[in-house]
Design a protein around this ligand. Structure first.
Ligand code: ADE
Length: 243
């Protein structure tokens, strides 16, 4: 499950440049029986199998360093976001514990410094969530992204959603690239992008806007957006439509 994502594009280059080292371990390496069994039936009965505590404890004993943070992937954890990715990107050593099957023995939680969820849904194991955390975190390590695809421009980096992007052709199936982007006027382009980012965030994620740090210019752009929308609403007699 890890080989594909870790061997592609940005994660691959980050490892090749020695900006990060990622090692994948098999819990079965910390079993002591012939069949390398990592799960067992739940106490109290019920369907499904539960991951045993011993392989997790022995794995963490073997892998833990002085500066390790142990993260347990579970839908019951704290919700992962950009701020958490920034904190993780500054840490020296992370250990991701991935559950499988119906769950893990409750005592495994005592190993974790934090429990992390990637969202309010259940996937079949902690591996994909761990990959999500790894990808989002590694791209924030200085030097991983080149200037041209700097993470500073990403959605959420500045607390806002990203502005729209276009490439050639300038007109496709009657869909036009906004004129300002073809103008070569970099000051206007920068202003347009900021305004679009604010507009998108206002429309799609007003919760983000409440927490974003906005400059005086941003406040001005926002009031332009709001004034324009109010004008459109009174012209059409309709509420603003969801685009
Ligand atoms: N394991 C299963 N579902 C998960 C989720 N949503 N987040 C983290 N780990 C999980």
């Amino acid at each position: 499950m890890f080989a594909g994502p870790l061997d592609q594009s940005i994660l691959r280059r980050a490892q090749e440049k020695h900006l990060v080292e990622i090692r994948v371990h098999d819990l079965r390496d910390w079993t002591h029986d012939r069949h390398r069994v990592v799960d067992d039936v739940p106490y109290g009965g019920g369907a499904g199998m539960v991951l045993k505590p011993e392989p997790f404890f022995e794995a963490v004993d073997a892998l833990r360093q002085d500066e390790s943070q142990v993260l347990l992937l579970t839908p019951q954890g704290e919700r992962f976001n950009h701020a958490m990715a920034c904190r993780l990107a500054e840490m020296r050593h992370l250990i991701f514990l991935c559950g499988r099957y119906e769950g893990f023995d409750e005592r495994v939680r005592t190993l974790a410094d934090r429990e992390v969820s990637i969202g309010d849904y259940v996937v079949s194991g902690g591996e994909l969530p761990a990959l999500v955390l790894i990808d989002a975190t590694v791209r924030l390590i200085p030097g991983v992204l080149g200037d041209e695809d700097s993470a500073g421009q990403d959605s959420f980096a500045g607390g806002l959603l990203d502005h729209p992007q276009y490439t050639r052709p300038p007109v496709y199936r009657e869909l036009r690239v906004p004129e300002v982007l073809l103008s070569g006027d970099h000051k206007q382009i920068r202003r347009w992008r900021r305004k679009e980012a604010l507009h998108r965030t206002l429309r799609r994620r007003p919760d983000l806007l409440d927490r974003a740090i906005l400059s005086v210019e941003d406040q001005g752009l926002l009031s332009e957006i709001r004034t324009k929308e109010e004008g459109e609403m009174s012209n059409t007699g309709r509420g603003h439509e969801h685009r």
